[in-house]
Each structure stands twice: as C-alpha cells, then as structure tokens.
Design a protein around this ligand. Sequence first.
Ligand SMILES: N[C@@H](CCC(=O)N[C@@H](CS)C(=O)NCC(=O)O)C(=O)O
Length: 199
Amino acid sequence: MDKLTYFSGSPFARMCRVMVIEWDLPVEPVEYAFPPGPDMFAINPLGQVPALIRGDGKTIFPTFLVLEALWKMAGRPSTYDADRDRQVLMTILQMTDAYVAACYQRWTGLGPVNRNAIGYDLAARHLDRVNSTLNWLETAGSVTPGVTLPGVALACLCLWADARDGLDWRRYPGLAIVVQDLDQRDSFAQTTPRVWRYE
Ligand SMILES: N[C@@H](CCC(=O)N[C@@H](CS)C(=O)NCC(=O)O)C(=O)O
C-alpha cells in the first residue's frame, strides 16, 4: 500500500491526510517525529513531509504533486480542474511556505546577524505575502465552499495558524465560510494537530 509521511503538526501533510480520508484512498499515513532527523533526507531530498511513497518505490513530493497524485488516484473528481485551479492551489501552497517561514524565523530565535542589505524585515515581508494572497483569494472568489483542493489547503493553513501563532483570516468573510465549514468535517477532526505553543 502507498504510504504518506507526516508530522502531527504539519499543515502541508494535513492537506494530504484530509484528502486521503475524504476520497477514501488506500494510503497509509506514517507519522514521524518533529523536528525530523537526517533520515528524512533519504525520503525527500528537501528533508520535509509530506511525501507519498508509492508501492512501486517511486516517491512523490512536494505537496502540490502529492495532492494531484491523490486526485488522480481518486479518479480525478470534478471538484478539481487542473487548468482552472492549479494557480490558486499552487499560490495557497506558496503562501503556506511563506507563513511557515515567518513563524520558524521567530521560533528558532533568529534575529539580525549582519547589516540588512535588502532593507526589509524578512518575517514581516512573508506576512505581507500571506495577507496579500488572502485578499487576492477573497476578492477573486477563487476558493469555493466544499471539499476542494484549494479549500482544504487554505483551511489547513488557517487552522494551523490558529493552533500555532494566529492569523487574522476571519476578516475575509468568503474565506472564513470555506474554512469554518471544512473545520466541521470528520476528516479535519481526525487530523487536528497536537497542541504546541511557542513560549
Ligand atoms: N514546500 C514544501 C513544504 C513542506 C514543509 O514545509 N514541510 C514541513 C512541515 S510543515 C517540514 O517538513 N519541515 C521540516 C524541515 O523543513 O526541516 C511542500 O510543498 O511540500
């Protein structure tokens, strides 16, 4: 059976775990400890979860390709159309990268170590990207309610932010409906991250 690597807290892996449950796919989620050890690089050269390890030995990553592989495995449900939805899904994933990078910078205690030759605060710039993207998604109405890949990806980011650091996504009413509806689902209850707080 295919295996899906994950950490309890990973929003990227949660997107995939939710879809495995929603689409009732024959994929076994395998939990790893966080922070990952060097062995994680043997699975994914980026040292990250999620990765989908296929029965034939091929390993799929990053998250975007795992989600599309799961979608194909599910028989290409019409809730995702690669031509129509790819840009939105990919942008949500990149926004999640930016948000995670902003959080990790703080959680690893990183501050200035040299003259700032670019001139902006890197964590603040990442948060600007996140807020600009949330605004773009809300304005375009590009994430619709229901179990869609962009909706699930967005919900995993927003709920991870609630569980970890806070992000004011509720001020976008269209996005809030999507996220709050998905949060009621059993697939989200089964994949809730364990509590962790930065002190
Ligand atoms: N861009 C990557 C992001 C994946 C990612 O950031 N995974 C995190 C967990 S949320 C991780 O494995 N972090 C461990 C590390 O980077 O050392 C993707 O789309 O798969």
